[in-house]
Write a protein that binds this ligand. Structure first.
Ligand code: E4P
Length: 217
């Protein structure tokens, strides 16, 4: 499973990228606003730092305007994936932009039918939002499994990009289901390293190091 990092914070991306943990980046208007940076400027910086796809989201609501914005975003770098919302206009924009050879990430997906339409429109990535479904007391992971089954039934090449990930558990569950990509905030990716028994075991080893005066260097 590829790891995308879900942030527009340059330092956080750099830290994970140096460890080889970043296969791509996703941003959205809220993450850009949080960064306090100009969208074109910060996106360009991220694209230069990361080899994989960097999703940058359009802000228009009507297809022609989304297409114009998508073309402008795609000029930033070759690794831009234009992100469009899963509306009828977004699907039209997806079809046009993918026909032009651009990567498109269709976002705000909350149902298997929406994912099916995005695949038919040629989307490079579909972004089902797990956490926001969980917030409504439904099972976001079930949607990932449903889309995996449907795409596999028909050999759709659209990649399932599990989004709105809130926990390390979401990451391992997505990997078990077979999501192609999971995008998560830096804190969630780092939390994947944590286990209470690792901490406990290490504390025991360190106590014995101290007791026996073990030195290596
Ligand atoms: C990424 O592509 C999505 O925009 C993001 O994962 C949404 O996450 P949230 O539901 O935590 O805002």
């Amino acid at each position: 499973m590829k790891f995308f990092v879900d942030t527009a914070e340059i330092e956080a991306i750099a830290e994970l990228n140096d460890l080889g943990m970043v296969d791509g980046v996703t941003t959205n208007p809220s993450l850009i606003a949080k960064s306090g940076r100009d969208i074109l400027e910060v996106t360009k910086e991220i694209c230069a730092m990361v080899d994989g796809p960097v999703s940058a989201e359009v802000v228009a609501l009507e297809a022609d305007a989304m297409i114009a914005e998508g073309r402008k975003l795609a000029e930033i770098a070759d690794n831009i994936a234009v992100k469009v919302p899963l509306t009828w206009d977004g699907l039209k924009a997806c079809k046009t932009l993918t026909d032009e050879g651009r990567m498109v990430n269709v976002t705000l997906c909350f149902s298997a039918n929406q994912a099916l339409l995005a695949a038919k429109a040629g989307a490079t990535f579909i972004s089902p939002f797990i956490g926001r479904l969980d917030d409504l007391n439904t099972d976001g992971l079930e949607l990932i499994a449903d889309i995996r089954e449907i795409y596999d039934n028909y050999g759709f090449e659209t990649q399932i990009l599990a989004a709105s990930i809130r926990s390390a558990n979401h990451m391992s569950e997505c990997a078990k289901i077979g999501a192609d990509v999971a995008t998560a905030p830096p804190a969630v990716i780092k939390a994947m390293a944590n286990h209470v028994l690792t901490d406990k075991g290490l504390a025991g080893f360190m106590a014995d190091v101290e007791k026996a005066g073990i030195k290596i260097l």
